[in-house]
Write a protein that binds this ligand. Structure first.
Ligand code: PMP
Length: 458
């Protein structure tokens, strides 16, 4: 049947140049009723109709290995999560202005996953909202307004958060209270291959604080995605984050760890990204995988950070932390623990990394392989020495893989990093399949590049 986990993935027909009439109709309706601000993945957009585990199915019954989606953390449509949602939805779903056992149980379970002093959880529905609340808490707690972010960050969609989202041009003017620091990239960028890179990148926090001072601001928060996902999953020079955070704290600012991407065991080595840097944040924010697709997000912090905020404000979020959301999130935590998904992510990730390294020996387009657990990046280059980003080739690879039945994304400042970030139930067999398809696609790209020496691919 369509949902059998039989392993072979059919190779898609090569008809992606032309979009079928049925797809054309959907595209037109989408533009008609949703406008043009939205973007779709792929030259030939995908019409998915169902999912199970690491698989997605399109309207023609083709199955795709999902190497992209981190929201279905424990697998698409996990029956235990679906059951928890249904059961609670049949009983009660209200907001957090009534007492309810499930929200308390989840707050207790979630905070127990963080360092001792981070023992207060506040719930919202999206990563954006959690980050927005984090900035409000940071401003209230420090009495300062300055925000420091990296130069290619994504933190969400609201007015305030769009301003600290530096990876896109937006129509909003960035406030003068926001300053950027360079992405701490050990492979490319200001201090690539520099043994003093950690210190040199961290020094930029001093300059950022100085710039704020010149504009009449003190730092309220330094906020980073602790896997630097949109920055291209750089290998962060060891010790950078600790040094950077120390500088910010000395100037009175807080450190906000955006765990929306790395959190919940994805890195394999650690449950949270900040742990992998040996730094405890003042506030941690999380979202995406928390409810396996049911909207729930949170920030976790300490009583003293909340103190000044709660004196002047209260917090209420209609849909944040409802009993149904908490039922979903509790099921997710149960599955992570019962199936030991963090350990599995590390094991599968290491296995996959070994395979990628072998692949790199014959494919000069692979410049770097990095990341950990179920969060890996393949940096594609046009030249091993100059490390010129192979941006067009990466886009091509993403589209070719889609036609090989593999869904993958790209990231980074130059959009030349293939991003491997699948549901956590990804196995070694799935890794093998991904490697097989990468062999085919990267080989064809390398061949193409070789046949046109000196000419970038179209
Ligand atoms: N922070 C990071 C690091 C993210 O990647 C995202 C979403 N891609 C967000 C925040 C925003 O989350 P949401 O889309 O749930 O608002």
């Amino acid at each position: 049947g369509k949902h059998s986990l039989a392993f072979a993935v059919p190779v898609m027909s090569d008809s992606h140049q032309s979009v079928s009439p049925r797809l054309e109709k959907l595209l037109k309706r989408r533009q008609r009723f949703m406008g043009k601000a939205y973007r779709l993945f792929y030259e030939q957009p995908l019409h998915v109709v169902s999912g199970e585990g690491v698989w997605l199915y399109d309207s023609d019954g083709n199955k795709y290995l999902d190497v992209y989606n981190n929201v279905p953390h424990v697998g698409h449509c996990h029956p235990q999560v679906v059951e928890a949602i249904c059961k609670q939805a049949q009983t009660l779903n209200t907001h957090t202005r009534y007492l309810h056992g499930l929200v308390l149980e989840y707050a207790e379970r979630l905070t127990s996953k963080l360092p001792d002093k981070l023992d207060k959880a506040m719930f919202a529905c999206s990563g954006t909202e959690a980050n927005e609340l984090a900035l409000r808490l940071a401003r209230a707690s420090t009495g300062a307004r300055g925000m420091i972010v990296t130069d290619h960050a994504y933190h969400g969609t609201s007015w305030a958060i769009a301003q600290i989202t530096t990876c896109y041009k937006t129509s909003e003017k960035r406030g003068d209270n926001i300053v950027t620091v360079p992405t701490p990239d050990g492979f490319r960028g200001l201090y690539a291959d520099d043994t003093l890179a950690a210190d040199k990148y961290a020094e930029h926090l001093h300059s950022a604080i100085e710039t704020l001072a010149q504009r009449g601001h003190r730092p309220a928060a330094f906020i980073v995605d602790t896997i630097f996902s949109n920055e291209g999953l750089p290998t962060v020079p060891a010790g950078y984050l600790k040094k950077a955070v120390d500088i910010v704290r000395k100037a009175g600012g807080l450190f906000v760890a955006d765990e929306v991407q790395p959190g919940f065991g994805r890195l394999g080595t650690h449950f949270w990204g900040f742990d992998s840097h040996g730094v405890t944040p003042d506030i941690a924010t999380m979202g995406k995988p928390m409810g396996n697709g049911y909207p729930i997000s949170a920030l976790v912090t300490s009583a003293d950070v909340i103190e000044s905020f709660q004196r002047n404000s209260h917090y209420f979020n209609t849909f944040g932390g409802t009993p149904v959301a908490c039922a979903a999130a509790l099921a997710v935590l149960d599955i992570i623990e019962k199936q030991d998904l963090q350990a599995r992510a590390l094991e599968t990730g290491n296995y996959l990394k070994d395979g990628l390294k072998e692949l790199a020996e014959n494919n000069h387009i692979i410049g770097d392989i990095r990341g950990t657990g179920m969060f890996l990046g393949i940096d594609l280059v046009r030249d091993q020495d100059t490390r010129e980003p192979a941006t067009q080739e990466t886009k091509k690879a993403v589209n070719l893989l889609r036609h090989q039945g593999v869904l993958i994304g790209s990231t980074g400042q130059f959009d030349n990093v293939l991003k491997i970030r699948p549901p956590m139930v990804f196995s070694k067999d799935h890794a093998d399949l991904l490697l097989q398809k990468l062999v085919i696609v990267l080989q064809s790209l390398s061949d193409e590049a070789r046949s046109k020496p000196g000419h970038p691919l179209p």
